[in-house]
Design a protein around this ligand. Structure first.
Ligand code: 9UX
Length: 68
């Protein structure tokens, strides 16, 4: 299992945090996701054999946020 922190642009309230976390958790290969308004980031635990970094970034963008 690998862990990665993505910087997320556009989270402004707890619902945003939930939306980002759920967008990650819905993915096959993601074990856990924790987003934070304090750090504007989401930390993802995932299986690199099942999912790529690009997939993670794509899911955040699909949820309506940007990743830098
Ligand atoms: Mo909160 Mo986020 O009212 O896009 S859901 S700002």
């Amino acid at each position: 299992m690998a862990e990665k922190e993505l910087n997320v642009v556009g989270m402004h309230c707890p619902s945003c945090v939930m939306a980002v976390e759920l967008s990650m958790k819905d993915l096959n290969g993601v074990d856990d996701a924790k987003a934070s308004l304090d750090t504007n980031s989401v930390t993802v635990e995932y299986d690199p054999d099942k999912i790529t970094d690009a997939d993670l970034v794509g899911a955040v963008k699909e949820a309506g946020f940007d990743v830098e």
